[in-house]
Design a protein around this ligand. Structure first.
Ligand SMILES: [Zn+2]
Length: 240
């Protein structure tokens, strides 16, 4: 997961306002045209990588995800999901969630299955907050974790969200809800980390590392490198 800075294009803003005012439109009855425009804007914003797993995505293999689920009702009975269905700040572009073997889905596909079972739990992790992104870490084998390392078996037990801290709930989101440690994703991150280690092994000049870091922090032809935050994490650590 890497930081996403929200910036709704003004032409899209006008279209959405008109759609809501003219026909009292909601997300499920968005026209194909507006939906395509929305997805395109989100992809541009995110540099064509999935908001959760950071794999490359494009218009034909991605979809729109709602951070606050479309039918989420908060603890006071307020229909927060419906309220935010068309709120651009609540929307992300995500992958198809099928990079892992078998029935082992990830990203919003894994979340959807989970949400059906526990509809009252919100998502605690978000790519919109820098303080959260800065606390996501990667072990040498590509294992992703939040804050301090916790054994998977202990995270599995963190299911009662109402009794847990935010940190514990975020750990649970990464591991269980979004399933970001499925073997294939973990391996992909591990390969990048190893390649970077080999590449930078004899780099003694800070400038060289900084230059490589900037390459991963910057979009090239509107695109980020796949898994860019893994590289940003590793290279930033090297600079400390
Ligand atoms: Zn994904």
């Amino acid at each position: 997961m890497t930081l996403i800075v929200k910036n709704k294009p003004s032409n899209l803003h006008h279209k959405l306002v008109k759609f809501q005012q003219d026909i009292n439109g909601t997300y499920p009855n968005l026209t194909r045209e507006i939906k395509d425009d929305l997805l395109k804007a989100l992809l541009e914003e995110q540099g064509y990588i999935c908001a959760y797993c950071m794999q490359k995505i494009n218009q034909s293999n991605s979809s729109i995800e709602h951070i606050i689920g479309q039918s989420f009702i908060d603890e006071n009975g307020y229909n927060l999901g419906e309220e935010n269905q068309l709120n651009y700040e609540n929307l992300l572009a995500v992958c198809e969630g099928k990079s892992c073997k078998g029935n082992n889905q990830h990203c919003d596909k894994s979340r959807a299955v989970y949400q059906d079972k526990v509809p009252k739990r919100r998502l605690f992790i978000t790519p919109l907050e820098n303080r959260i992104i800065q606390n996501i870490k990667y072990a040498n084998n590509g294992f992703i974790f939040y804050d301090d390392f916790t054994e998977i078996k202990d995270i599995e037990e963190m299911s009662n969200h109402t009794e847990l801290s935010e940190v514990e709930n975020i750990k649970y989101d990464l591991q269980e809800v979004l399933n970001l440690n499925c073997e294939e994703l973990k391996t992909k991150r591990g390969i990048l980390l190893n390649a970077l280690k080999r590449l930078t092994k004899n780099w003694t000049h800070k400038e060289k590392i900084e230059k490589e870091l900037i390459r991963y922090q910057t979009k090239t032809s509107s695109q980020y490198e796949e898994m860019c935050q893994v590289a940003i994490y590793h290279l930033s650590k090297k600079l400390k």
